[in-house]
Design a protein around this ligand. Structure first.
Ligand code: SF4
Length: 258
C-alpha cells in the first residue's frame, strides 16, 4: 500500500553511526498501568505520525527529530523488566518506524515480556509483518470515526485513511491477535450516532473485540471545551452493547458522572 514506511528510507534518516540502530524517540515511561489497562507496562513513544487529528494529545510527538541509539531504549527496558510484564509501543505512530518497532518488540520478547502496539492503523503492512513474526500480543487500535470519508478525514486531517484502518482490523481478525478498539469522543465528533455506526462497522467485519469509548479532553494549548459527560458515554456504551451486540465500555476522567 502506498505511503507505507520503507526500512531503507528509515535507515537513511540521521547522520553517522549505524543507521539501523537509530530510533526517533519521543520518550519512555518506565512504568504505566493505563496504556494496557491493569497491566504494568514500559511504554516507548516513537516520534512521528502521518495524521493530524485536531485534538491530538501527543501533538508534540507528531513531528520533529530526536534520534537516539536503540541501546538507550534497550537499557531502559532491561532495567524496568523486573517490574513490568509488557512493553507498549506508542507515539506518535509507532509503526511509522518499522525497524525500530521490530527491534524493540524483539528485545521485549527476549526478556519474556509481552508486546502491545497502540496504533492509528495507518500502516497495515507493517502491522501484518510484526504480527506474523509473532512479535505482537495485543493491538490497541484507534478507530476515530465511521470507516469512510468524509467522516474519517475530518477526524484525522487526511483522506483515504479509513481503508487502512479497516485492513488493520481484518489483519487482527485473520491472525487472531487480541485487539482492543478505542474511540475517543469529543463534543463535535464523532457524534453519539456515529459511535453507533462504528460499532456496526465492527460487527459487520466480524470483530468481537471490545470497543472502548474514551472521553476526549482538550489538548494542551487549545481553546478549552467541556468534555462529553461520563454519563452520556456510559449510556452510549450500554446502547452499543444492547443494540449492536458487541462488548463496549467507557473510560472518563471519572469526576462528572452525577
Ligand atoms: S494518530 Fe494519534 S498521534 Fe497521530 S495525530 Fe492522531 S492523535 Fe495524534
Amino acid at each position: 500500500m502506498d505511503g507505507e514506511p520503507d526500512m531503507k528510507e528509515e535507515e537513511e534518516k540521521g547522520e553517522g553511526r549505524d543507521q539501523s540502530r537509530r530510533v526517533n524517540l519521543g520518550g519512555i515511561v518506565s512504568l504505566s498501568t493505563v496504556d494496557w489497562t491493569g497491566v504494568a507496562a514500559t511504554v516507548v513513544f516513537l516520534r512521528g505520525c502521518p495524521l493530524k487529528c485536531p485534538h491530538c494529545q501527543n501533538w508534540h510527538l507528531r513531528s520533529g527529530e530526536s534520534f537516539e541509539d536503540l541501546a538507550v531504549v534497550e537499557e531502559k527496558i532491561r532495567s524496568a523488566s523486573p517490574f513490568v510484564s509488557c512493553v507498549v509501543l506508542s507515539g506518535g505512530e509507532p509503526l511509522a518506524q518499522p525497524r525500530a518497532a521490530q527491534k524493540i518488540a524483539g528485545l521485549a520478547k527476549e526478556l519474556g515480556l509481552k508486546v502491545g502496539i497502540e496504533t492509528c492503523g495507518f500502516y497495515p503492512n507493517v502491522l501484518r509483518d510484526l504480527v506474523e513474526a509473532e512479535l505482537v500480543d495485543h493491538v490497541f487500535l484507534d478507530v476515530k470515526a465511521p470507516l469512510s470519508d468524509p467522516e474519517y478525514a475530518r477526524a484525522t486531517g487526511r483522506e483515504a485513511v479509513a481503508p487502512r484502518v479497516k485492513e488493520c482490523l481484518e489483519i487482527c481478525l485473520a491472525l487472531e491477535v487480541p485487539l482492543e478498539v478505542r474511540t475517543t469522543v469529543f463534543p463535535e465528533m464523532p457524534s453519539l450516532e456515529e459511535v453507533g455506526t462504528i460499532g456496526e462497522h465492527l460487527q459487520n467485519l466480524g470483530i468481537e473485540s471490545p470497543l472502548t469509548i474514551q472521553q476526549g479532553q482538550p489538548r494542551e494549548g487549545e481553546e478549552p471545551f467541556d468534555p462529553v459527560p461520563a454519563k452520556e458515554l456510559r449510556d452510549l456504551a450500554e446502547a452499543v452493547k444492547k443494540l449492536i451486540g458487541i462488548e463496549a465500555e467507557y473510560r472518563s476522567r471519572g469526576d462528572d458522572e452525577d
